[in-house]
Design a protein around this ligand. Structure first.
Ligand code: HEC
Length: 432
């Protein structure tokens, strides 16, 4: 090897050619990146869905002037991986519709900023900007909030609305998308499924509030219980089809409880009428369940203490659900037969710092489903794995949450749905 280092590059080239390898001519020093050639396509693909006129982000990044003026903040935000908002850590598993930037893309943006932020020539713009793949392929049913609602609290308001489910036969939801009425203020949408026997409890909450819908924060507001999720949506997403051949069963007489998170930090309040669209099937190969996951003892036993003054409070729960699947799913799945898990989400409130869901394998080792290294209540979502994960009897599904409750004004905190309570709730999408 030492001798090789001394050889001239042309001799190495000859040797490589003799071995049949392609030879690259020596690369010229890279030209400074330009806006039109390098940056605009990237910003359009990765930032444009939010940073456009009327989008959820407080400013547009659509022109050279706009991007150049904010180049320092852009470099800071992408290097810190604050933008684009993408919560899962890189060390866990791979997801569909991953909108994070690669290390190379972050380096390119940084270099463009460091080397002066040249505009370049619009003619250099590459043809056909790539667009994020995915999206809901078919909207069979669109359900809107019963009336318009204009948020009154700043900067954040969480409001639940009950939507009628019009289908008269059993249907399976095989895809989901949120359609914000006012994209500049709708920060996220979560649809909970109220089964026929759960509807009355939600209607009572709605009836007790004189304005449209009712105030709800960590969930749909039904105390002491976890309610199934039907789907969730965050800005910048075109929705998603659920894995092929699967769907969530919805019985006639069910309702959808739609939680809308309004955020007024970038725009003024306006009358909003958000809707959700779903793809429907009359039958599916595999019935899916979006399973909520938490220690029942945290909820029913009020046993998730987060004492004041502690900077890293941890709670973890793991459980082998396969032997009790029949009870857990009210007979939809058979006990002791493996399940397949396709997607997962994690939910805490604002004291949350980081969290994780994983499969503790019976054979040893953990298989990561979701790791959120820097929890941000503002950016919650569900993440669909590129490769589904099979869970067998003896494997345990684990959830772990960490909180910082060390502020001087801190009070003891426990499980609950209110702004001053906390949660450690996972969900995962599974079939058998
Ligand atoms: C999913 C929507 C979304 C996407 C995608 C997105 N942003 Fe943002 N961005 C926001 C919102 C909303 C804010 C306002 C602050 C907040 O709520 O986090 C923001 C704030 C910012 C800020 C100001 C941060 C600060 O210091 O306060 C910068 C800079 C920024 N975005 C750059 C980008 C860039 C560059 C991209 C693409 C590489 C991008 N964003 C992609 C929604 C988005």
């Amino acid at each position: 090897m030492h001798r090789m280092l001394g050889m001239s590059t042309s001799l190495i080239a000859v040797l490589l050619t003799a071995c049949g390898e392609a030879v690259e001519p020596p690369a010229p020093p890279p030209a400074p990146p330009t806006y039109h050639r390098d940056i605009a396509p990237l910003v359009q693909e990765k930032c444009g869905s939010c940073h456009s006129e009327g989008g959820i982000a407080p400013f547009a990044l659509g022109t050279y002037e706009e991007v150049f003026a904010l180049r320092g903040a852009i470099k800071g935000a992408v290097k810190a991986r604050m933008m684009p908002p993408w919560m899962p850590g890189k060390d866990c598993t791979e997801y569909l519709q991953d909108r994070s930037l690669s290390d190379e893309q972050i380096a390119l943006i940084s270099r463009w900023v460091d080397e002066g932020g040249a505009e370049g020539d619009p003619a250099e713009a590459p043809a056909g900007v790539s667009v994020q793949s995915g999206g809901l392929s078919r909207a069979d049913l669109t359900l809107a909030m019963p009336t318009e609602y204009s948020p009154t609290q700043t900067p954040d308001e969480y409001r639940c609305f009950i939507l009628d489910w019009p289908e008269t036969a059993v249907r399976y939801v095989s895809g989901f998308r949120g359609n914000p009425g006012q994209p500049s203020i709708v920060h996220h949408v979560i649809a909970f499924l109220a089964k026929p026997d759960e509807v009355a409890a939600f209607q009572a909450l709605d009836a007790a509030d004189p304005n449209p819908g009712y105030s709800c924060y960590g969930g749909p507001g039904r105390p002491g219980n976890t309610v199934s999720w039907l789907g969730s949506w965050v800005p910048g997403s075109g929705g998603a089809d659920y894995p092929a051949g699967t769907g969530i069963r919805v019985d006639p007489g069910s309702k959808i409880v739609l939680q809308v998170h309004y955020n007024l930090s970038g725009a003024n309040a306006a009358a909003d009428r958000t809707s959700v669209s779903v793809r429907l099937e009359s039958s599916v190969q595999k019935v899916a369940i979006m399973q909520p996951w938490a220690n029942p003892n945290w909820i029913e036993g009020d046993n998730m203490p987060i004492p004041a003054g502690r900077a890293d409070v941890r709670h973890r729960f793991s459980f082998d659900l396969v032997p009790v699947l029949s009870q857990l799913t009210r007979g939809v799945f058979r006990s002791n037969e493996p399940i397949t898990v396709y997607a997962s989400a994690l939910h805490m409130h604002t004291l949350g710092t980081w969290g994780r869901m994983e499969i503790e394998r019976r054979t040893g080792g953990n298989d990561c489903m979701l790791h959120i290294p820097r929890w941000d209540f503002h950016w919650q979502g569900s993440y669909q794995f590129t490769q589904p994960k099979v869970v067998k009897a003896g494997d345990r599904i684990a959830i772990e949450c960490h909180w910082d409750n060390s502020l001087p004004i801190a009070q003891d905190v426990r499980w609950g749905e209110g702004t001053n309570d906390e949660m450690c709730l996972g969900t995962f999408y599974m079939t058998q």
